[in-house]
Design a protein around this ligand. Structure first.
Ligand code: Z5A
Ligand code: MG
Length: 221
């Protein structure tokens, strides 16, 4: 009887601005590849697709869209790539994702629009692949500020980041236990990457015990 292929792991990296998500994701990809694993690194928003180009233009302030419309575009941007994530995982490839549904729900709900609650914002994420592990890179506003000023994009301002920080915690409290792993991202790059590598190694070792890739379910706030 032929041996069944071991599936890849779905690892999400989340965090506030300047927490070091993208640099850590790239480092993790290289580390896993050098250790002989098949790995892919993707980031959301994926600004290369036609939906992603609309999002990019909005984030740069070059176009205007209603809060609900842009929210659903961010979610669509994940749905258009969901099939390939599932296929890669089934083919034994570990997929590292830089921002995901958690950012999606939290940044939109942080705008304070009465008809765009966290619960409403989570709805379009239901059914998307659920990560085997989400690493949340935790950083204080002071530490983040040392890594450079806010950029010119929307949402890159103090009050928005404060609300986002609170809502991440609210959303994480509603996730299935064991999904979210907090990492102190205020430490040196090497210290943070060591923590991440250890946690990811644990997760990859548990993938068989977890079973098939799961899907996001509803939340009740
Ligand atoms: N958004 C949304 O609204 N809805 C959604 O569904 C999604 C996203 C998916 C763009 O995201 C915006 O989209 C974002 C949320 C919203 N808005 N905000 N705010 P993005 O992911 O494209 O944004 P980004 O600009 O790529 O990411 P970032 O958060 O600003 O940065 P980062 O990836 O966390 O950090 P980094 O680029 O890896 O590092 C930042 C700097 O710090 C860099 O100079 C590093 O060399 C340095 N660094 C990193 N680690 C360290 C340590 N440990 N010590 C010292 N310095 C460090
Ligand atoms: Mg980044």
């Amino acid at each position: 009887m032929s041996e069944l292929k071991r599936r890849g792991a779905l690892i999400v990296v989340e965090g506030l601005d300047r927490a070091g998500k993208s640099s850590q994701c790239e480092h993790l990809r290289d580390f896993l590849q050098e250790s002989g694993h098949s790995v892919k690194y993707i980031r959301f928003p994926d600004r290369t697709t036609s939906i992603g180009k609309l999002i990019d233009s909005y984030l740069r302030g070059q176009s205007q869209l209603g809060d609900h419309s842009i929210h659903l575009l961010f979610s669509s941007n994940r749905w258009e790539i969901a099939r390939s994530i599932k296929d890669d995982i089934a083919n034994g490839i570990t997929v590292i994702v830089d921002r995901y549904s958690y950012s999606g729900a939290v940044y939109s709900a942080a705008k304070g629009n009465q008809s765009l609650s966290l619960e409403w914002a989570w709805q379009p994420e239901i059914g998307l692949p659920r990560p085997d592990m989400c690493l949340f890179l935790r950083i204080s506003p002071e530490e983040a500020a040392k890594r450079g000023d806010f950029g010119a994009e929307r949402y890159e301002n103090g009050p928005m980041q404060k609300r986002v920080r609170e809502l991440f915690q609210t959303l994480f409290d509603l996730q299935p236990s064991g999904d979210i792993h907090q990492v102190d991202a205020g430490r040196s790059f090497q210290e943070v990457s060591k923590k991440i590598h250890d946690k990811v190694a644990d997760c990859m070792a548990r993938v068989e015990a977890i079973g098939p890739l799961r899907e996001f379910g509803p939340i009740t706030v």
